[in-house]
Design a protein around this ligand. Structure first.
Ligand code: GLN
Length: 292
């Protein structure tokens, strides 16, 4: 029996087999799937075309470029960094060394807002603090067709990436990116405030997987000694800028939900919900103003 990547006499199939074996040896989780994505980047052939043309030859230059990409992945560089692209909320986002790589866990924040504000036609004012690629706010603008988004990041380079993503997704006319320190430059109230701030305790960064430690910007990870520095800054800031019936949805690291909820409560906010991600980890603290 020959499998879909049967190597017999096929340059594409052979290259895929070799690339898959290299990635498997390096301990990569989905070696065949990732080898296909890397071959697509090197050759322009979609995974479907790779299957149907598996007996076709590859140009030497294409093969060399594929080997280089496989070597980068084998050295623990994430595929999203190699491709400069990551899917989030089924939308394509450019990712650069200046931005955190969007994670599926962060979709929990988008889901939390959608659950709290089911009317997709609502003209919401959305604020994303520490936007990075813009993935959270742009996913929300994609869902709420009349919403306006303001995205703040301390890194002007990240803001440029978010702006490019907004344009590529056709959302730029409802999107205002700003370089700055949290909400310091902002006035007024927002119906939705979201954030995935840096929350890794500084001392734990050295122990993270190389995919994270070596490739995500340290400023997007480092939450200070206990991981909660950003939430301390955010608590008073979101309390000041949330509309009376607005919704605040903050991503948190594993085990941080109670401490973040306590910080928001101390800023006179009311905790509405703590949502778990797909792995069952409490991942998003949802809050709003106290009634009355
Ligand atoms: N989700 C990232 C990780 O655990 C951390 C992102 C963050 O600090 N906001 O690797």
């Amino acid at each position: 029996m020959s499998g879909p990547d049967d190597a017999s006499g096929s340059a594409i199939g052979k290259a895929l087999c070799a690339g898959t074996a290299t990635l498997r040896q390096a301990g990569i989780d989905q070696p065949r799937h990732e080898a296909r994505l890397l071959l697509e980047a090197a050759s322009g052939l979609s995974p479907a075309a790779q299957l149907s043309d598996r007996h076709a030859a590859l140009a030497d230059a294409t093969l060399q470029s594929f080997h280089r990409l496989v070597a980068r992945r084998a050295a623990q560089e994430p595929v999203s960094r190699i491709l400069g692209r990551r899917e989030f909320w089924s939308l394509a986002f450019a990712v650069t060394p200046d931005t955190l790589d969007p994670r599926p866990d962060t979709e929990t924040v988008v889901e939390a807002v959608l659950a709290a504000r089911p009317d997709r036609a609502a003209p919401l004012r959305v604020l994303d603090l520490g936007t990075g690629t813009g993935c959270i706010v742009l996913a929300l603008l994609h869902e709420y067709r009349h919403a306006l988004g303001v995205a703040v990041d301390r890194s002007p380079a990240a803001i440029a990436v978010a702006q490019g993503n907004a344009r590529a997704l056709g959302l730029a006319d409802r999107f205002l990116p700003l370089a700055g320190d949290w909400a310091a430059a902002l006035t007024g109230a927002f119906d939705v405030i979201v954030s995935n701030p840096p929350y890794i305790p500084g001392g734990e960064i050295a122990g993270l997987a190389p995919e994270v430690r070596c490739h995500d910007p340290r400023d997007a990870l480092d939450g200070g000694a206990d991981g909660l520095d950003a939430y301390r800054a955010l608590a008073s800031c979101v309390a000041r800028h949330i509309a009376p019936d607005g919704v605040i949805a903050l991503e948190v690291g594993a085990g941080q939900a109670p401490a973040v909820a306590a910080l928001l409560s101390a800023a006179h906010l009311r905790i509405h919900d703590i949502r778990a991600d797909l792995a069952g980890i409490p991942r998003c603290v949802v809050a709003g103003q106290q009634p009355g």
